[in-house]
Write a protein that binds this ligand. Structure first.
Ligand SMILES: *Cc1c(COP(=O)(O)O)cnc(C)c1O
Length: 713
């Protein structure tokens, strides 16, 4: 069971693995294979091992049998897609057309966040991709995925005493992960050399994820670097990595025998895949026009950011240097190739943009939220030669999160009682979450308290470990063990520290914030976590600023900053915080998904109306921070768009007013039994209105509607 990442969204399986060796389980950040080998270790004293004992333990065997049954059921039971297929067949549409291949999607992404023990991700894009694969597995959607296997992953973050970031690259032992050796190796021409890459496989439920590894003895040292790190190194290395991901990825699929009917490019990083697929069209004897047509018809592109720096752009000379072999086969010269990635073909000064290349070669394109769709249509008008953004054929599929991955086990138990005992493979159209209405206030409040207490305990432990490592004094470590309060209104902010996310915004008026947080009997506390890209100096400075704020006299003990934000910290924070804060510069947040996780636990969003939130907010399930409205009320309509400072000030002021006048009074308004009835009303609204709509199951069903050609099902 440890060999398939199915366990990564099964709390019962995780508990079973943890019980094998709790210390090894924790030390490995929850890796089953590590716990198993620790339990199999022969002890020096009596020559026995823990597994021997467990095999004789009736209680353990019973728990094992239960998990084995869940595992069997998962792979045996009929899925949403099976049922769809049957229904179509009964109606005599689909599946049958002779010579028609059955649908199979190939999903390309540069990072996958599947579990904290496999740190091959930097942030939201990876989390989304991981959740995508899990939902495809639950729903039975025929899908395989491709990526790179990074020796160092992203990076490990530590803060120095002065709040600057120490960037570490620990080397994982791949033997700790359930990687399977497919025995397949591919050859990918990159520049004048042929790079070999080994194809590994991770099973994610029913979905195979193929990962390319160029760190092979036969490759030149410079080529072995191709899979050293995620988003690491010079632009030229990044370009070569993207050739391996795209071109090599397609070759890997062919080599393992996958025959996709559709390629889904998740973000532009893998756009070179379509050049290789075009080459295959020509190789099959099709004309340029016919081949290009087929390519577009079988390609879907999801764009993920409106921030200009988020789109890779390369000089044509550089691209030509590394893509020469493919250009020859496609009969393209340097500018011919660059034109495919230019907003204005023929403009020789324009670099090749990976997003534009994907837009031009994919017949279907979507953004990741309604607002982002709109922004993308405006942004890419030129590529489509349209005057008006409404004529640009870019739609949207709003992101979602994989419920079972993000749901705290304690919440799962409560919902099993009141909502549904079984989550996996459930029909996304079922109105399960409406039943949250029936959960008694006392039980929901007890859950909120349990989750907050767990979080505070976790933060105290992490903070004292961080202190210990920095050589802090005994009294400082003792302070860390008592930091934060178990019952105060707890606000969470965790995401990549990209500057547009404005992590320090809440400190805009530090005196006002301090007064608000320290009010007698109405304490407020904030927990931060997040990593900035090692080369993003402004982002690093933001992290340092927050770190320093947390050490100031007025905030010490009520502001905590955790190092090394990962899926585990993400799960703890999004389940335990009462309020989830999100303060991006509108409209730079394409979707954001972290805010979809607290509502699963009755948590509330306090957010700028950006990304998914304009769709999620219904007036009674959280709050919108509206700096524009604040500015209008102050008679300051002009300033906002003109300067970042005025906009920040307006947004911060709107945020403070909400906290002071609405959130704090509501949270501390208790009845005789100590229950905040009005607050819980909002919590229930959040629980009822958000999880169904913003789940990756719903997202996959939306994509399936785009993917599916009736006859292929
Ligand atoms: C959910 C999650 C994200 C995505 O957060 P955004 O709000 O979309 O930026 C990033 N990292 C981790 C570890 C997460 O759990």
């Amino acid at each position: 069971m440890a060999a398939n990442l199915w366990w990564s969204w099964q709390p019962e399986a995780q508990r079973l693995f943890a019980s094998l060796d709790p210390i090894a389980w924790r030390a490995s950040n929850h890796a089953p294979l590590v716990a198993i080998s620790a339990a199999a270790q022969i002890r020096a004293g009596d020559g026995g091992c823990r597994l021997d004992e467990l095999i004789a333990d009736a209680g353990f065997l019973k728990r094992l049998a239960k998990v084995e049954e869940l595992h069997r059921d998962y792979f045996k039971s009929s899925t949403w897609f099976d049922r769809l297929r049957k229904a179509r067949r009964r109606a005599k549409v689909g599946a049958a057309g002779k010579g028609m291949r059955r649908m199979r999607v190939a999903y390309f992404c540069s990072e996958y966040a599947l579990h904290e023990s496999i740190p091959q991700y930097s942030g939201g894009l990876g989390v989304l991709a991981g959740d995508h694969l899990k939902s495809a597995s639950d729903l039975g959607i025929p899908l395989c995925a491709v990526g790179l296997l990074y020796k160092h992953g992203y990076y490990r973050q530590e803060f120095r005493q002065d709040g600057t970031t120490r960037v570490l690259y620990p080397e994982p032992d791949f033997a700790d992960w359930p990687l399977q050796n497919t025995g397949v190796e591919i050859e990918c021409p990159i520049g004048s050399r042929t790079v070999r890459a080994k194809v590994w496989k991770l099973d994610v439920g029913r979905v195979p994820l193929y990962l390319l590894d160029a760190d092979l003895p036969g490759n030149k040292p410079d080529d072995r670097k191709l899979t050293e790190g995620l988003y690491k190194g010079e632009p030229e290395l990044r370009l070569r990595q993207q050739i391996l991901l795209g071109v090599g990825g397609v070759k890997a699929l062919v080599a393992v025998g996958e025959k996709p009917t559709l390629c889904h490019l998740n973000e532009g990083h893998a756009a070179f895949a379509n050049l290789e697929r075009m080459r295959m069209e020509l190789e099959a004897g099709r004309s340029m026009e016919k081949g290009f047509d087929r390519l577009r018809q079988t390609s879907l592109f999801t764009t993920h950011t409106p921030v200009p720096a988020g789109h890779d752009r390369y000089e044509p000379q550089m691209v030509a240097k590394w893509l020469r072999p493919l250009m020859r086969e496609l009969d393209l010269n340097m500018h011919g190739l660059a034109d495919l990635g230019r907003e204005t073909p023929g403009d020789k000064a324009e670099p090749l943009c990976m997003t534009v290349l994907a837009l031009r070669t994919c017949g279907q394109v979507n953004g990741v939220a309604s607002l982002h769709g709109q922004v993308s249509r405006e942004m890419w008008k030129k590529v489509y030669g349209k005057e008006q953004s409404k004529d640009v054929p870019i739609s949207h599929v709003t992101n979602g999160v994989h419920t079972q991955t993000w749901l705290a086990p304690e919440a799962n138990e409560l919902y099993a009682k009141h909502i549904t005992p079984r989550w996996s493979g459930i029909d996304p159209a079922q109105p399960w979450w409406d039943k949250a209405k029936k959960i008694p206030d006392e039980e929901l409040w007890a859950l909120r308290n349990t989750l907050r207490h767990n979080l505070i305990h976790f933060v105290r432990e992490r903070m004292s470990e961080q202190m210990l490592r920095r050589g802090a004094t005994a009294s400082m470590i003792s302070d860390a063990r008592h930091t934060l309060s178990k019952d105060a209104l707890t606000i969470g902010f965790a995401r990549r520290f990209a500057t547009y996310k404005r992590a320090p915004l809440i400190f805009k008026d530090a005196a006002r914030l301090e007064k608000l947080m320290q009010a007698k009997g109405q304490a407020v506390q904030i927990i931060f976590a997040g990593k900035a890209h090692p080369r993003d100096e402004a982002g690093q400075a933001y992290a340092q600023k927050i770190y320093k704020m947390a050490q100031k006299e007025g905030f010490r003990g009520s502001v905590a900053v955790l190092e090394e934000y990962d899926m585990h910290i993400g799960r703890m924070l999004t389940s335990g915080c009462d309020v989830w804060l999100n303060t991006p510069i509108r409209p730079h947040e394409a979707s954001g998904t972290s805010g979809m996780k607290p509502p699963l636990h009755g948590g509330l969003n306090l957010s700028i109306a950006d990304g998914w939130w304009p769709e999620g907010f219904n007036g009674k399930n959280g709050w919108v921070i509206d700096g524009d409205k604040w500015a209008v009320l102050q008679g300051r309509t002009r300033a906002l768009s003109e300067s970042g400072r005025a906009r920040d000030e307006a947004d911060a002021s709107a945020l403070y007013e909400l906290l002071e006048n609405v959130l704090v009074p509501l949270f501390y308004d208790r009845n005789r039994s100590g229950i905040p009835k009005k607050w819980l009303k909002l919590c229930k609204q959040s629980l009822m209105s958000i999880p169904a709509e913003f789940s990756s199951h719903r997202m996959l069903v939306d994509y399936a509607a785009m993917y599916m050609h009736e006859r292929e099902i």
